[in-house]
Design a protein around this ligand. Structure first.
Ligand code: FES
Ligand SMILES: [Fe+2]
Length: 383
């Protein structure tokens, strides 16, 4: 008997429809305790897939950048065959930090101390005078590799070993199954960043996620954003779990820019209705993905301490857009830099108030169903 294939249509629901009544903000300790911060580094950042960058940042063989995950310094490098590799930034001789610059290009990795040299696949290829040591074999001293995989062109690392007591980790492919094919219209693997801004925010990293996940604050905090996108237009298709979000409508303007016009040719082959939508997804635990018709903005979070978070914000465009006369990336960059700063300011104010002895968990509104869901998922790691 023939089976009719029904194309799955994503079910978008208004934010308030998925609210669980009684939801409250997290207890104070989750925002201020050094001990909890250490627990997060261990239970979340050392076990989950963590965003470290986009493949376009190291397009050529030998290009590398240094990332940090759970307090570890990690080398991400493109090898001579074009594959991306990840290693601990730790010499196998006496443990010295190998690379100090945040990025660059090299043909081999040489330790600054006694000049042990590794190729771009981490193999030890030079170790002066070690042939005088009986039984020494260079093959035993490759750099320690880190699990690394790509999702839609974004590079993720996982510090867990396959045989942890928690039963190992999911492969990146398995982890991202709920998002499989979802963003194929946006050409994410091909995009290139036109601009990166680094923000040093004096607020707990979870406040950044909670802030990103609701627009209840938009009328007061973001007057310009609220003109371009109605603050109550959010509809979500991912309402529980590690990936959360959906879209908001774009009013009469064409994109979220200072001018209200598109600032580049479209990033992909979107459906007609996607030209009037901006999609916002949070990807646990350190990525915020904002898809506009003409550009894709990504925030990468790097928690530093309970009350400090580094945020790297990139504006990605289609590679062909860079050569067009209508390419005005600053129109988008200036817009979101303004909105970002408005958000970081209220997050810093929240951090200050939450640190008070007067703070107690407050009730979430029905328009904050997504931050409440984010908190629920986070707590699964902490209990
Ligand atoms: S510590 Fe690296 S070569 Fe000695
Ligand atoms: Fe905001």
């Amino acid at each position: 008997m023939a089976v009719t294939q029904i194309k799955a249509v994503p079910a978008f629901r208004k934010t308030a429809e998925t609210f669980t009544s009684g939801a409250k903000t997290l207890e104070q300790k989750y925002f201020v305790s050094q001990e909890i911060f250490g627990e997060e580094q261990e239970k979340i950042f050392s076990t989950q897939w963590i965003l470290v960058g986009h493949q376009s940042a190291i397009a050529q063989a030998g290009e590398y950048f240094i990332s940090e995950v759970a307090g570890e310094s990690l080398i991400v490098v493109r090898d001579k065959r074009g594959e991306i590799q990840g290693f601990y930034n730790v010499c196998r001789h006496r443990g010295t930090r190998l690379l100090e610059n945040r990025n660059g290009q090299l043909s081999a990795i040489q330790c600054p101390y006694h000049a042990w040299t590794y190729d771009l696949n981490g193999r030890l290829i030079g170790a002066p005078h070690m042939d005088e040591v009986p039984g020494f074999d260079k093959a035993d001293y490759s750099l320690h590799a880190v699990n690394l995989a790509l999702w839609e062109g974004f590079i993720f690392m996982n510090l867990a070993s396959a045989s942890t007591e928690r039963g190992g980790y999911k492969s990146l492919e398995e982890w991202f199954t709920p998002l499989a094919g979802k963003f194929s219209h946006w050409n994410l693997p091909q995009l290139r960043s036109a601009k990166r801004i680094e923000y040093d925010v004096h607020a707990n990293w979870k406040l950044i996620f909670e802030n990103y996940s609701e627009c209840y604050h938009c009328p007061g905090v973001h007057p310009a954003l609220s003109k371009l996108t109605p603050y109550d237009s959010a509809e979500n298709d991912l309402c529980e779990g590690p990936f959360l979000g959906g879209f908001m409508k774009i009013n009469k303007s064409k994109s979220l820019t200072m001018s209200g016009n598109a600032c580049a040719s479209p990033v992909g082959d979107m459906d007609a209705e996607d030209f009037h939508r901006v999609f916002y997804y949070s990807i646990f635990p350190n990525m915020l993905l904002s898809l506009h018709p003409d550009y894709v903005m990504v925030h990468l979070l790097r928690p530093q301490s309970p009350d400090r978070t580094l945020i790297f914000c990139d504006w990605f465009f289609h590679p062909n857009a860079f050569d067009h006369g209508d390419f005005r990336p600053n129109d988008a960059v200036e817009f979101w830099d303004m909105v970002n700063k408005q958000d970081w300011h209220v997050c810093e104010l929240s951090q200050q108030g939450i640190s008070s002895r007067a703070y107690e968990p407050g009730p979430y509104s029905a328009r904050e169903s997504i931050p409440a869901a984010w908190d629920r998922y986070y707590l699964r790691f902490m209990n």
